[in-house]
Design a protein around this ligand. Structure first.
Ligand SMILES: NC(=O)c1ccc[n+]([C@@H]2O[C@H](COP(=O)([O-])OP(=O)(O)OC[C@H]3O[C@@H](n4cnc5c(N)ncnc54)[C@H](OP(=O)(O)O)[C@@H]3O)[C@@H](O)[C@H]2O)c1
Length: 369
């Protein structure tokens, strides 16, 4: 852990956006990191943060951030050169080039965009599931062009993927490989960023389509739940034990919190009973908790023993939005067991995961304090 006197200077890319604002809120007081530079589009660059941002959180903009001048997202822009790490809340249409440039300039980049998630040397890391994937950055530094000494990119998963893989990982840990997963999501409007879905499209409505979301869940789950190859240079994508996954994604008029209705078939026969599944959720512990990093939740999975939970409005703030809550565990007449899961899409689904990934990287010596 870095000493109190030397917090690591960090930049935030996309600092004015939905995810960027959460980064600022969560990093305002942090034992490892201090906010040193803010980046956004040329529309915002050159303006004081508080004058240009449409702040949407229920807490005030941190005092020391209010007067910071937003920069263009370039590693040579004011402030970024002194940073060791950048947290990126950039849209995918600009994230690719910008994040690449920061990596090339020897910064460590924690991205929320989809651009590098499928890259064979970029960890797709859910901090409550697969911190072991971080080791592949050693190979990334030497093989991805340009080679770097310090810089690398780590990506988060898609927010609804994260809400799904945490309970799936708990089940695999307890009962072995899964055969089939069916998930239907009900996803919050904040997942589309700001201003996102127009109110005329979402009020009094459900939109049964979110562009490329189903493919992301179906593909990313296997990379996350798979291991690192034996040579340490990539990811095995769960290839020896493939999981059949089918996702159906819907946008619903909820502000924050993605809900998933999940059915699972296990490879093992007989499958675990619902009671055993509940116990596995209650017993689940992960490496981030064992490492004791500051953003790790006390409970990574919160099991709610009530017939009508989890619900976004009631449960998204559990563990400061850093856990997945689950409930309604029961037999599935088609597969084996079904349950409901809920994630705060902007915290554990985005900003909190990036921050926890960075904390793990510090603890493991992948970021120099
Ligand atoms: N929202 C979620 O729940 C969620 C969850 C997981 C992952 N993600 C991912 O996180 C990323 C950000 O999502 P968001 O919801 O925060 O989006 P958002 O609210 O639309 O914010 C986008 C940010 O990108 C900046 N930006 C736009 N164009 C730019 C450019 N040309 N150069 C530099 N900066 C530019 C914007 O700055 P200006 O204000 O100056 O335009 C803003 O700060 C996306 O890749 C998204 O897929 C989002």
């Amino acid at each position: 852990m870095p000493s109190q006197n030397s917090p690591i200077k960090v930049g935030i890319l996309g600092a004015t956006g939905t995810v960027g604002q959460r980064f600022i809120q969560l990093l305002a007081v942090h034992p490892y990191f201090t906010i040193h530079a803010l980046g956004a589009s040329s529309r915002s660059a050159g303006h004081e943060y508080s004058k240009i941002v449409k702040w949407k959180l229920g807490t005030e903009i941190p005092e020391h951030v209010k007067g910071m001048v937003v920069q263009e997202c370039r590693p040579d822009a004011n402030g970024f050169a002194e940073c060791g790490v950048v947290f990126s809340g950039l849209d995918h249409d600009v994230a690719g080039e910008i994040e690449f440039a920061f990596r090339a300039a020897e910064l460590v980049v924690f991205s929320n965009a989809k651009n590098y998630r499928r890259d064979p040397v970029v960890p797709l890391m859910v901090p409550l599931v697969n911190p072991s994937h971080l080791s592949v950055v050693n190979h990334q530094r030497t093989t991805l062009s340009p080679p770097t000494k310090k810089g690398y990119i780590v990506t988060n998963a898609n927010c609804s993927t994260t809400g799904l893989v945490v309970p799936l990982y708990a089940l695999e840990k307890a009962f072995g490989p899964l055969e089939t997963v069916m998930v239907t999501t009900m996803q919050a409007i904040s997942g589309a960023g700001y201003p996102g879905v127009s109110s005329l499209d979402i009020m009094d409505n459900v939109v049964p389509y979110i562009g490329s979301e189903e493919e992301k869940i179906e593909w990313e789950t296997s990379k996350i739940l798979g291991g690192v190859t034996s040579d340490g240079q990539g990811f095995d994508l769960h290839a020896s034990d493939p999981i059949k996954i089918s996702a159906s994604c819907n946008r619903v008029p909820v502000i924050d919190g993605h809900t998933g209705c999940v059915s699972v078939k296990f490879k093992r026969h007989p499958p675990p009973s619902p009671e055993q599944v509940i116990q596995a959720f209650k017993d689940f512990r992960c490496e981030a908790q064992d490492l004791g990093v500051p953003s790790a939740p006390k409970r990574a999975i919160v099991y709610l023993d009530a017939p009508d939970r989890p619900q976004p409005r009631l449960d998204r703030d559990l563990e400061n939005g850093a856990c997945v809550s689950v409930g309604r565990v029961r037999p599935c007449p088609v597969l084996d067991v079904k349950f409901v899961c809920l994630i705060d899409n902007v915290r554990l689904g985005a900003a909190t995961s990036s921050i926890m990934n960075a904390e793990i990287a510090v603890e493991r010596g992948y970021i120099e304090a």
